[in-house]
Design a protein around this ligand. Structure first.
Ligand code: ADP
Ligand code: MG
Length: 265
C-alpha cells in the first residue's frame, strides 16, 4: 500500500478510448497507478469500469490513446520508432504479468482446487509439477484453504471459490492484480472473507486495481479512489477524501445511492 512514486508507474493510461461500434465507452481515460498502490474504481453500471480493466490486460484492444503496463505498451512492440502489434503468443506472455479476478469465479469445474491452481503455471510457464504444487499449496495456505486442495469447486461456498480464484491468479506471480466486482456475486455473509484476503494482499505490497461497490473496503484499503461516469474519470483522489467528501455532483449522487443500499441485497 506504499506507493513508490519515483518508479515507473505499473499502469499508465493516456487518453485511452474504446468504442463498441457507435457506442463510445471510454472517452479518454488518464490514469496512473504506481507500484504498490491500491486503486479502487467506482461508478455506476455501464460507466466503462469493466471495459477499462479489460483494456489493461488487453482482453480488449484500445481504439485511441496509449496504455502501458509495467513500462511496456500493452499489445504493441516498439521497434525503432514504429509500433508493431504483438503476436498472440507475445500478448499471452505479457498478460501473465497481470492477474485478473472476476465476479464469477470461473474455476474449472472438473478440476480439483489444486489442479485449478497448477494448470496455468504448468501450461503457460512450463513449470515442473513439484514447483507448481509447492507454490499452489503455500498460496492456498495464505487464503486459508489448505484443507480444500483436493475438493472440487462445487463442494465449496462462493466465498471459498473466490478465494481459490485469487490464489489461482497469484500462482502466476503477477506484478499487478485486477479485480472486477469480486464480491458482487456473493451472499453478504461471505463478502468479508474475500475482502480480508484482498486486504492482506494489499498489505503485502501488491499493486491492485479493484472495481467494487464495497465503500468501506475502498475507504480503508485503497490509496486512491477513482470515480468513473459515462466513459470519463470524473473525480479521483485519496480514498477517504473522495468517499467522505466528494466534490463533483455526480460523485455525490452515486455515493449517496450506493451508501443508501441495504447491506443484504
Ligand atoms: P461497467 O463495468 O462500468 O458496468 P462496462 O465496461 O461493462 O461498464 O460497459 C460499458 C458499456 O460498454 C456498456 O454500454 C456496455 O453495454 C458496453 N459494452 C461492454 N462490453 C461490450 C462488448 N463486448 N460489446 C459491446 N458493448 C459492450
Ligand atoms: Mg462491470
Amino acid at each position: 500500500m506504499t506507493a513508490m512514486n519515483n518508479a515507473e508507474p505499473m499502469v499508465k493510461a493516456n487518453a485511452v478510448c474504446k468504442d463498441f461500434g457507435s457506442n463510445q465507452v471510454l472517452k479518454g481515460i488518464d490514469l496512473h497507478v504506481q507500484q504498490g498502490e491500491v486503486v479502487c474504481l467506482i461508478g455506476p453500471s455501464g460507466s466503462g469500469k469493466s471495459t477499462f480493466l479489460r483494456c489493461i490486460n488487453h482482453l480488449e484492444a484500445i481504439d485511441g490513446g496509449r496504455m502501458w503496463v509495467n513500462g511496456k505498451i500493452v499489445g504493441y512492440e516498439l521497434k525503432g520508432n514504429r509500433l508493431y502489434e504483438q503476436s498472440h503468443n507475445e500478448i499471452c506472455h505479457s498478460r501473465s504479468d497481470v492477474g485478473m479476478v472476476f465476479q464469477q469465479f470461473n474455476l474449472f469445474p472438473h478440476m480439483t482446487v489444486l489442479q485449478n491452481l497448477i494448470e496455468a503455471p504448468r501450461l503457460v510457464r512450463k513449470e515442473r509439477k513439484a514447483t507448481a504444487v509447492a507454490r499452489a499449496k503455500s498460496l492456498l495456505d495464505k487464503v486459508g484453504l489448505s484443507e480444500k486442495a483436493d475438493a472440487y469447486p462445487r463442494q465449496l461456498s462462493g466465498g471459498q471459490q473466490q478465494r481459490v480464484a485469487i490464489a489461482r491468479a497469484l500462482c502466476m506471480e503477477p506484478k499487478l492484480m485486477l479485480f472486477d466486482e469480486p464480491t458482487s456475486a456473493l451472499d453478504p455473509e461471505l463478502v468479508g472473507e474475500v475482502l480480508k484476503v484482498m486486504k492482506d494482499l494489499a498489505t503485502s505490497g501488491m499493486t491492485m486495481v479493484v472495481v467494487t461497490h464495497e465503500m468501506n473496503f475502498a475507504r480503508d484499503v485503497a490509496d486512491r479512489v477513482v470515480f468513473m461516469d459515462d466513459g470519463y474519470v470524473v473525480e479521483e483522489g485519496p480514498a477517504r477524501d473522495v468517499i467522505t467528501n466528494p466534490q463533483n455532483e455526480r460523485t455525490k449522487a452515486f455515493l449517496a445511492s450506493v451508501l443508501a443500499e441495504p447491506a443484504a441485497a
